[in-house]
Design a protein around this ligand. Structure first.
Ligand SMILES: [Zn+2]
Length: 389
């Protein structure tokens, strides 16, 4: 199985599928989708495409079991970040010291390969199945999550999901969400020799930044057992046109990471309230809050969800740690959970430490372990589904 997985993962890595949102003439997920579609057809699965953007389709493959009322979804994204930092080696997969190197090897082509092999193993045990198993290969996870959003908005029904991301083969049930907003202060330009006739937008932004620091200091009081505390970071500040001009505009971009239990709405209201305080204290300050550029939900799958229990049982059966974890990064899983209440776990080969880096790799041993874990999780869930019906 290891040889098959190394070959399959290498084939996937060799297909450039950089998210076209990256500015390096990337090709998008089209060729990957064609490969996954063909591979699944060869296995004998029903395959459909879900057009998301022109030339960028999700691929959905189904192992349908007659009479089954539930569906387990395996999900992995096909896009990658840009390959620039890896140079020529990005699309030239190479196995060295027990590691398979290449862009996307751990994020998330290794997961996708392991899921394809798991489907093949499950096909061979089709007679034991009382539930359907489907594979969704999505577009655009790295930037806007429009692939999974498209699936979530469709009328497809699934009862549980395993999302492939590099978790070091650990079961992840929680992660943070993310809200990004821009705040602008608007003043009046004037000659810097006569600042009193202008209104300095940068000065006013200082009041906003001070108020935000107050919020920053309060956030550690909130804590989630698996993902820790929410955070707030101002990542970009822009303003002014010349040192001799009183600036009439200043903007900042805020990155606010939410924890399970914090609503997107409430995080936004909190920032609005703080801006209202600044306005009250300084009625001459004109402030604008732009609509969020990113609003992404946290993941908070209940520990007693059947898919969580099944994955833990699979870990134990295969002699792997079964403790449940939270991670700081975002995945497609939170959309399945927050928007459709599909209990979803994140589980996959490789480590997030290598994702997006110049040295991206997946340990070869993780690939077959992941395929075994996926297969076993499906079989454990199948027993639980059967037990209930
Ligand atoms: Zn990624």
């Amino acid at each position: 199985m290891e040889e098959q997985l190394v070959r399959l993962t290498s084939d996937l890595v060799a297909i450039e599928s950089v998210n076209p949102g990256y500015p390096s003439g990337s090709r998008g997920e089209g060729a990957m989708a064609a490969f996954v579609e063909e591979y699944c057809r060869q296995l004998g699965l029903d395959v459909q495409r879900q057009p998301v953007h022109p030339g960028r389709d999700n691929v959905m493959a189904r192992l349908t079991v007659p009479g089954a009322r539930q569906t387990l979804l395996f999900e992995a994204h096909m896009d990658t970040v840009a390959g620039d930092s890896m140079g020529e080696r990005a699309w030239r997969p190479e196995v060295r010291d027990g590691r398979l190197y290449g862009r996307g090897s751990c994020d998330t082509k290794g997961s996708l390969a392991a899921m394809l092999v798991a489907l093949e193993l499950l096909l061979a045990r089709r007679a034991e199945l009382n539930m359907n198993v489907a594979l969704l290969a999505t577009v655009d996870e790295e930037l806007q999550f429009t692939g999974i959003r498209h699936f979530v908005d469709s009328d497809e029904r699934v009862e549980a999901a395993v999302v492939g991301e590099p978790t070091d083969l650990r079961v992840v049930i929680a992660h943070k969400g993310c809200l990004r907003v821009r705040v602008s202060t608007l003043g009046r330009a004037a000659h810097s020799a006569r600042p009193e006739v202008g209104v300095n937008a940068i000065d006013h932004m200082a009041d906003v930044l001070y108020a935000l620091r107050g919020l920053q200091k309060r956030l550690p009081e909130r804590e989630h057992p698996l993902v820790g505390s929410p955070t707030l970071s101002v990542g970009i500040i822009e303003g002014g046109t010349g040192v001799n001009v009183v600036p009439d505009r200043c903007t900042i971009d805020i990155d606010r990471r939410t924890i399970p239990g914090e609503g997107m709405e409430s995080a936004l209201v909190e920032i609005e309230a703080l801006l209202a305080d600044v306005r009250r204290a300084r009625p001459d300050v004109r402030l604008e809050l732009s609509p969020p550029t990113t609003d992404d939900w946290p993941l908070d799958t209940p520990v007693d969800a059947a898919v969580v229990q099944a994955a833990q049982a699979a870990c134990r059966a295969l002699g792997r740690p079964d403790a449940l974890l939270g991670v700081p990064y975002s995945t497609d899983a939170s959309k399945l959970w927050a928007l459709r209440e599909v209990p979803s776990i994140v589980l996959g080969p490789g480590s997030i430490t290598q994702a997006h880096t110049a040295d991206e790799f997946v340990p070869v041993a993780h690939l077959s372990a992941a395929a075994e874990l996926y297969t076993r999780t499906a079989l454990e869930l199948n027993e639980r589904v059967s037990g209930r019906s």
